[in-house]
Design a protein around this ligand. Structure first.
Ligand code: HEC
Length: 105
């Protein structure tokens, strides 16, 4: 329990520090995208790797729900490519990432 609390505190303190600062905050969805390494394979807004599709226009091909479904698909059932499954992410994070990508177009 103690360890859990420490983890929670470590996780929230830097965020609080950022919020108190005047500098503009990074979109939480973009932060997730950075941390999860999506740009290792995908170009997003002109930045990233070209191993997979450029995601900047993905919102003109897929809906938010379709993007979300794709992110959580079992990696072994993917018909093309080698994208990992992000099944274990909190639903809220999946929603954020999917909305962010959808709205890029
Ligand atoms: C190891 C490489 C890799 C990583 C990391 C990766 N992807 Fe992918 N992704 C792929 C491949 C391969 C495909 C399927 C083939 C393609 O679209 O090029 C794909 C497909 C997609 C698609 C569907 C694109 C379309 O037009 O149909 C979306 C949306 C997507 N990825 C989002 C993400 C997000 C968000 C992340 C980070 C959470 C991520 N990917 C991380 C390799 C990756």
């Amino acid at each position: 329990m103690k360890i859990f609390l420490i983890l929670v505190l470590c996780g929230t303190l830097p965020l609080a520090a950022v919020a108190a600062d005047d500098t503009p905050q990074i979109d939480p969805a973009l932060e997730l995208i950075q941390v999860l390494g999506c740009k290792g394979c995908h170009i997003i807004n002109g930045e990233g790797g070209s191993l997979a599709t450029d995601l900047t226009q993905v919102g003109s091909r897929l809906t938010v729900t379709q993007i979300k479904t794709l992110l959580t698909a079992d990696a072994s059932t993917r018909t093309e490519g080698f994208m990992p499954s992000y099944d274990s992410l909190p639903k809220q994070d999946l929603q954020r990432i999917s909305e962010y990508l959808y709205n890029l177009r």
